[in-house]
Ligand binder design. Structure first.
Ligand code: NAP
Length: 590
């Protein structure tokens, strides 16, 4: 390297093998950017902690060789006003793994945000933010331990792509004319205009990473977050492409939430990742009320920006939430907060966000033992109420320390008596509690699928989304009395009647019993269900929309229809009550 960047002697570069996996030597060179504002304070503190953890975990056999890279104000000073020198970009690619502090975005003057520039120039298309709770960290939630998600946010498209035209400019007027005159669009005079590109390529590579992560880490589900009910061809398309990708590339490892209900009766087959989707505004509510139902979230750029900070705030705020920006090969880990200029050089702020970004980095290079040591030591220190000012505000009798004081406490803990086994036991208990919750949800899905679907924010579109998937059927020669007992035992108001010699299915409802048994005073134990049932059965295919199904029920003047598969076999039943409840809760089906 020429210029200001010097690779440290004694270190070796990480490389990427033909299989796409990292080859990490015991003496890797890792890049770091200290950042602006509070960046130098937190970087100094974290470098000491990371080094101490590596030394303790590997007894000197492994060591990181740090290489300073320059971005932001420090770069501008060294490289004649260049905030993101070419040399830094090249080094980040060459070293494969680096970590950075926060950077000031120079205001005005048409500057691209440095973080946006970094993501776009290195094609770091996925922003990965794991959000979970650490014992002792203050939280506004009653059960913060229920939050354990990893958010994969698309980094290169959406309204962040920078295709914007300022009100009053020639370009703006030209585009407005085109939209009005040629595309028939209607909007207010002088509106600023922005373009929101969402492509199958950009969406699928992000969702692929999210699904692969879920498979590798034994996660239960991947949720596609979108506002597709309003923006059908961008946000709605993201959802469609997500399901398409799962079907085409991960057919053996994934099932859709729709299949979970319709094919598997609510029971998740062992090891399969459930692909589901949620409307963006509903996910904010669900992440507060039912966070344990979510594992991996895949989002577009803007939704992900809001969501990752909001979820982080549930378990300690941006002072602790870590993050990474990754491409297929290069990874840049980063603190997720900004430069907090009012605290610059005061040795005051919380180094947690950068610290845990480093923990992610250690896990990324396979140094899990060092990563675990930091996690355990951090938990011990915070549990003793030794915290920086931001947590001290929320904890009674806190022992408030500086950034460097906090780092000292963590390092002392790493080098002292650290009960890693106790931490593992606690983590296992936490996992077991989450597993217990999963089982409980599964029980509810099996017993009351519609209620569970509504409560979990799923929006039904098709007949199979709403149908009761376990229809009860009886042979035609069953007595009406036996069928009545069965209906009462199971709490159902109709049974399917299996075909006789005519080959046709029928249905016997409570109303049939009133009209054809009770009213004419026939004895139910002497009459066969085949004599009182209604034939032929009125059926709908499982992929019919709820809208068309409602129309069919209304025009046939019936309260329930049988749902049949491609062979005409009944596989479920759907009633006017089901559609009523769905419309009442979610509004009219699309
Ligand atoms: P900010 O720097 O994140 O600071 C907002 C507030 O968050 C701070 O005043 C402080 O709250 C709290 N905070 C942030 N980091 C903290 C830490 N390590 N420990 C404890 N509390 C912390 O956001 P901002 O003021 O909007 O942005 C300032 C600059 O940072 C801007 O130039 C912006 O462009 C840039 N920025 C950079 C990045 C990045 O590089 N990734 C991200 C966001 C913003 P209290 O005041 O309540 O103590």
């Amino acid at each position: 390297m020429s210029g200001h960047i010097k690779y440290p002697e004694g270190g070796q570069k990480i490389t990427v093998g033909a299989d796409g996996k990292l080859q990490v030597p015991d003496n890797p060179i890792l890049g770091f950017v200290e950042g602006d504002g509070i960046g130098p304070d937190i970087t100094r503190a974290c470098l000491r902690i990371w080094d101490a953890a590596v030394a303790k975990a590997y007894g000197g056999k492994r060591k990181i060789h740090w290489c300073e890279l320059y971005m932001g104000e420090k770069a501008a000073g060294l490289y004649n006003g260049d905030y993101f020198p070419e040399e830094t970009k090249e080094a980040m690619k060459d070293l494969v793994v680096s970590i950075k502090g926060p950077l000031t975005t120079p205001v005005g003057g048409g500057f691209r945000s440095l973080n946006v520039a970094l993501r776009q120039d290195l094609d770091l298309y996925a922003c990965v933010r794991p959000v979970r709770h650490y014992p002792g960290v203050p939280s506004p939630l009653k059960k913060p331990e229920d939050v354990d998600v990893v958010i994969f946010r698309e980094n290169t498209e959406d309204v962040y792509a920078g295709i914007e035209y300022q009100s009053g400019t020639e370009e703006n007027k030209k585009l407005a004319r085109f939209l009005r005159e040629e595309m028939g669009a209607d909007f207010f005079e002088d509106a600023g205009l922005g373009v929101k590109p969402i492509s199958p390529f950009g969406s699928k590579r992000l969702i692929r990473k999210a699904i692969q992560y879920a498979i590798d880490n034994n996660r239960e589900s991947v949720t596609l977050v979108h506002k597709g009910n309003i923006m059908k061809f961008t946000e709605g398309a993201f959802r469609t492409w997500g399901y398409e990708l799962a079907r085409e590339e991960f057919p053996d490892q994934t099932i859709t939430e729709e299949e979970l209900y319709s094919t598997y009766g609510g029971k998740r087959p062992e090891g399969k990742v459930v692909i589901k989707d949620r409307i963006a505004d509903i996910i904010f509510q669900l992440m507060l009320l039912r966070p344990n139902e979510f594992d991996v979230l895949a989002t577009m750029n803007l939704n992900g920006d809001y969501l990752s900070d909001a979820v982080a705030a549930e378990v300690g705020g941006v002072g602790i939430a870590p993050g990474a920006n990754i491409s297929d090969t290069v990874a840049v880990f980063e603190a997720t907060h900004g430069t907090a200029p009012k605290y610059a050089n005061q040795d005051k702020v919380n180094p947690g966000s950068l610290l845990f970004s480093g923990v992610m980095m250690l896990e990324h290079i396979g140094w899990k033992e060092a990563a675990e040591l930091i996690t355990v030591a951090y938990g011990e220190v915070v549990s003793k109420k030794i915290v920086t000012y931001d947590f001290a505000r929320q904890i009674d009798d806190a022992n408030e320390v500086s950034t460097s004081g906090f780092a000292n406490a963590v390092i002392d803990q790493i080098n002292g008596d650290l009960d890693v086994a106790k931490y593992r036991r606690q983590d296992q208990q936490r996992q077991a509690a989450l597993e217990q919750d999963r089982k409980e949800r599964e029980r509810r899905r099996v017993l009351a699928p519609l209620e569970e679907m509504i409560a979990s924010g799923r929006i039904p579109h098709l007949v199979r989304d709403l149908m009761n998937p376990k229809p009860v059927s009886v042979p035609g020669d069953t007595t009406v009395e036996d069928a009545m007992h069965l209906m009462r035992d199971k709490g159902i108001s109709s049974v399917f009647v299996q075909p006789g010699s005519d080959g046709q299915w029928g249905i016997m409802t409570q109303r049939d019993v009133l009209a054809r048994i009770v009213q004419p005073s026939r004895r139910p134990n002497t009459v066969k269900v085949s004599e009182v049932c209604t034939k032929p059965l009125i059926t709908v295919p499982e992929d019919m929309t709820l809208h068309d199904c409602a129309a069919k029920m209304a025009s046939s003047n019936i309260r329930r229809v049988a749902v049949v598969d491609a062979n005409g076999e009944p596989i479920g039943i759907i009633s006017d009550t089901d559609i009523f409840a769905s419309v009442e809760h979610f509004g009219l089906p699309e």
